[in-house]
Ligand binder design. Structure first.
Ligand code: GDP
Length: 444
């Protein structure tokens, strides 16, 4: 089972929450420790683990429990969504040139599966109806050239070879010209790998890249090397500039560290994954499917999603009633603002909701920051004050107390109160219900 150890490590986190009624700061301590341990054992890099655990903890205690969903199930969902985010959110498709052949340059250390991937990739593109050509640029291993020729024959894709006596950049130039002559759609260029990174290798790659002006530069990395793969992607990106990575040998007993670290550490996405030695074992990297596989709890995830939808529906109806009766209070305000902030961070992942796709990460961060400020002030209110915002509008003493307790200024508190009343009015207008709802002036 892929990432089996990680899966069972995470399971012990959920198990610790069995029988609990809610998620609290206290009862997530142990489960979070398990999650942290499971990720470290999977060879995820430490800074990534730290950020991940922090993000999950914040959400676990920040978000109210969804009705009908148990705390362990809710934590599964939160971890799932964070895993998806960690791996880049959406699938990162290959980019094709608008005119002329698309050139895909492959780089990587020796033995990672680069030659195999070259042929797999040509086969993958051929199945999509594109004409393909392979270029054998590994001049240091004559066996690699022979291997590519054999694999090319196997998948029915022509292989351009020019022996081992000429420079890789020259082979690349000739191969590209040949492809242009033959009107080939995609040229996949295999390059020489070394046992480790050295200057000669990087210089050679830079030369080849300059000649080819490739659409994609993909670094092939071995999943078995864990977080080292993420470090390699970073180095290659800095040295030669790459567009993404291909992760091989995911079918082996790799622990997950590479899949989970590459995007977060290097900023570059994993575009494709190799899951076997056969030519058809190459597929796009889907962060959501990968997260689902890691957790192995598809039924729990879809259940929580359904419950979330139902609750949002019920909440919306309840909110509507409150607005109609001008009872919209700070509890609703908080709920509403949190929902918006959640939507914001969701769009960062999904980017699919019409009209919301244009929210920038900076805006999301800004919204999350002001939510934190508001939360602090609302938390400093008594239950009565939350339900009757009028109390705060009338009493500067109360506002002063809240400012002191929340560490904010009195002006910020006044602004928040004013904002609530403005919202009442705006919402009423929005609903076409015009009765009442004036903004009370704050008394001093
Ligand atoms: P290169 O030195 O980077 O060109 O590596 P090769 O393409 O020669 O591959 C090295 C070995 O890894 C070969 O035995 C391949 O069959 C094997 N290999 C490559 N990709 C995968 C994969 O996704 N899964 C498995 N199990 N083996 C792979």
């Amino acid at each position: 089972e892929m990432f089996g150890q990680l899966t069972s490590g995470l399971e012990s986190a959920w198990n610790k929450l069995k029988g609990e009624e809610v998620l609290t700061k206290e009862n997530i301590v142990e489960p979070m420790r398990d999650i942290r341990r499971a990720l470290l054992e999977a060879d995820v890099s430490l800074p990534v683990v730290r950020r991940f655990v922090q993000a999950v903890s914040d959400q676990a205690v920040g978000v109210g429990l969804i009705r009908g969903v148990k705390p362990d199930q809710q934590l599964v969902k939160i971890v799932h969504d964070e895993l998806v985010k960690l791996m880049g959110g959406e699938v990162s498709d290959l980019v094709f040139a608008k005119s002329g052949p698309t050139v895909i340059l492959l780089a990587g250390l020796q033995g990672v599966g680069k030659t195999t991937v070259s042929a797999k990739l040509a086969y993958y593109l051929k199945k999509q109806g594109k004409s393909c050509m392979l270029v054998a640029g590994d001049v240091y291993r004559p066996a690699a050239i022979d291997q590519l020729v054999i694999l090319g024959e196997q998948v029915g894709v022509p292989v351009y070879t020019a022996g081992t006596e000429i420079k890789p950049s020259e082979i690349a130039r000739q191969g590209l010209n040949e492809a242009k002559k033959k009107n080939i759609d995609v040229v996949v260029v295999d390059t020489a790998g070394r046992l480790q990174i050295d200057k000669a290798m990087m210089d050679e790659l830079k030369d080849v890249k300059r000649v080819l002006n490739p659409t994609e530069v993909l670094l092939v990395v071995d999943a078995m090397t864990g977080q080292e793969a993420a470090a390699l992607v970073t180095t290659f990106n800095i040295e030669i500039g790459i567009t993404g990575a291909i992760l091989t040998k995911l079918d082996g007993d790799s622990r997950g560290g590479a899949a989970l670290s590459v995007k977060e550490v290097s900023g570059k996405p994993i575009k494709l994954v190799g899951r076997g030695e056969r030519m058809e074992d190459l597929e796009p990297f889907y962060p959501d499917r990968m997260a689902g596989r890691i957790l192995g709890m598809g039924d729990v995830l879809s259940f929580v999603e359904k419950a979330q939808e139902v609750m949002q529906q019920e909440d919306a109806e309840e909110l509507q009633k409150k607005i109609m009766s001008a009872k919209f209070d700070f509890n609703d305000f908080l709920k509403q603002t949190r929902a918006v902030a959640r939507m914001g961070s969701m769009t960062r992942v999904i980017g699919m909701i019409p009209g919301m796709g244009k929210i920038t990460p900076a805006q999301v961060r800004e919204a999350e920051k002001s939510l934190k400020i508001m939360e602090a002030m609302i938390e400093a209110m008594t239950p009565e004050e939350r339900e009757k915002p009028e109390l705060l509008a009338e009493s500067p003493t109360r506002r002063k107390r809240i400012a002191q307790e929340s560490g904010k200024t009195e002006q910020q508190v006044s602004q928040l109160v004013a904002q609530l009343f403005q919202m009442r009015v705006r919402m009423k207008n929005l609903m076409g219900v015009m009765e009442g709802g004036s903004i009370p002036a704050l008394s001093n």
